[in-house]
Design a protein around this ligand. Structure first.
Ligand SMILES: [Zn+2]
Length: 295
């Protein structure tokens, strides 16, 4: 990782090429020849790709070094982007990152949304599967209330999230999904999608769960929360998912709450982060590389 320096951006760009964050070669769209990497003080990034083929009708025309990259549509300097990724991967709040980088809150909202998009799309390529032979998965639903959009009144907007945690991992890895309904049809479909064959499902006695064994074939044990938090005979409990909810809600609180339309991406961010607690920065760069492939 080079020093991030606004006056000498070349070491950063070379590093970004190396990390496949921007293209390291570029072909002219017209003549298909390799273009020339060249300093150009009028360009925002101070460098451009230029067609160097004097027989091409695009001879000497320039294109941005951001072509096809994650940063293509942004006006923010590339060094600011990289700096933002570093701070985001350390888990710093949006407000903190704004202040550190001297960027408007408005801009940083977009930047953080881009990061969450990367997290979300990561799971298109790596769908979450939990449990497995004789492994316990705890399931539960929880109500997340979102920040009212225009501070109208105080009534929170209830949003139901269905969650599953794999108790065989430390810390427990989870899956969360916003649900429109908490009925059997909705919840069993998610369990089927996420739980690996052979998993054992633990839950409370919410009626939607009644047919998990019959319809999905998973062994299913319950705890009656009206009587006990831990079933005295079987030892079945849902405390792992309870603490998972607490952790998730605390993170949202730390981010100053979030709007309904953003909650889904916040959940993806949390799921991504809990799977990449080590070397978050490089793992995130890798996720970008996998989603923006240069040919
Ligand atoms: Zn050309």
């Amino acid at each position: 990782m080079p020093m991030i320096n606004n006056s000498d951006v070349l070491p950063l760009y070379n590093w970004m090429k190396d990390k496949k964050l921007i293209a390291s070669t570029m072909k002219c769209e017209i003549c298909k020849n390799l273009m020339k990497w060249e300093p150009y003080s009028k360009a925002k990034d101070k460098y451009t790709w230029k067609c160097d083929n004097n027989k091409c009708k695009k001879f000497k025309s320039r294109i941005t070094i951001r072509r096809d990259s994650f940063f293509f549509n942004s006006k923010l300097a590339l060094c600011t982007w990289i700096h933002a990724i570093i701070l985001w991967s350390r888990g710093l709040s949006q407000k903190h990152v704004c202040e550190t980088l001297g960027v408007s809150n408005h801009t940083m909202v977009d930047v953080f949304n881009f990061f969450r998009q990367i997290c979300k799309r990561y799971f298109d390529q790596h769908p979450i599967k939990l449990g497995g032979e004789q492994r316990i998965i705890q399931i539960d639903e929880s109500c997340f209330s979102s920040k009212p959009k225009y501070h109208r009144g105080r009534s929170p907007n209830p949003i139901w999230v269905f969650g599953m945690v794999d108790c065989s991992t430390r810390p427990a890895l989870g899956y969360m999904e916003i649900v429109a309904k908490r009925d059997a049809k909705t919840l069993l479909k998610i369990i089927k999608k996420v739980a690996k064959p052979g998993s054992i499902i633990h839950s409370d006695q919410w009626r939607a769960y009644t047919n998990i064994e019959r319809e999905l074939g998973f062994e299913h044990r319950t705890v009656n929360h009206k009587l006990n938090f831990i079933d005295k005979i079987s030892g079945v409990h849902t405390q792992t998912i309870e603490s998972y909810w607490n952790k998730s809600k605390q993170m949202i609180k730390k981010m100053n709450g979030c709007r309904r339309e953003h909650l889904e991406n916040y959940l993806w961010e949390m799921m991504w982060r809990e799977r990449h607690t080590n070397d978050t920065f490089n793992n995130f760069l890798e996720a970008i590389q996998q989603q923006y492939i240069f040919v």
